[in-house]
Design a protein around this ligand. Structure first.
Ligand SMILES: [Zn+2]
Ligand SMILES: [Zn+2]
Length: 146
């Protein structure tokens, strides 16, 4: 079966070109340019593509385009999970809680965002400033606990 040469219009530059392919979107020049652009952008991975695991060097088929490591064992371990961090922090701290009118958190959060503080930081700072002013001995005692 002889291959027919068909003519196409390049979607990129609009030039007419001929090709034996059934579908061709770009002329030869534009195809090269587009390929170079793809290389520059980095290879787009698709599920099932092979990658090399940077930890064990094994080739594996990815199950998601962003997968980097072959398995969870090869993923660099974070020092500890956030749950562990919270648990160990609880051991070393007292948690103070108190009630504020409903909606206070959102209002506080808004001003915290402006100040670049967390709500805890803001409350701690406010409390310490108050104690320093009103009862310096209390803040001194607290400071020796740290
Ligand atoms: Zn073209
Ligand atoms: Zn691996």
């Amino acid at each position: 079966m002889g291959k027919d040469v068909k003519s196409f219009t390049c979607e990129r530059c609009g030039a007419s070109f001929s090709s034996v392919a059934n579908h061709a979107r770009y002329c030869v020049d534009c195809r090269k340019i587009i390929q170079n652009e793809r290389v520059k952008r980095g290879k787009q991975y698709r599920i099932g593509d092979m990658k090399t695991c940077p930890t064990c060097g094994k080739q594996f088929a990815i199950t998601s385009p962003s997968q980097v490591y072959c398995s969870t064992e090869c993923k660099p371990k974070r020092k500890s999970s956030s749950a562990e961090v919270v648990a160990s922090r609880r051991k070393n701290v007292d948690t103070l809680s108190f009630y504020m009118p409903k909606g206070s958190r959102a209002v506080l959060q808004e001003s915290c965002d402006r100040l670049g503080l967390s709500i805890s930081d803001l409350l701690r700072t406010a409390l310490c400033e108050f104690l320093e002013r009103e009862t310096p001995d209390v803040i001194q005692k607290i400071n020796t606990l740290e």
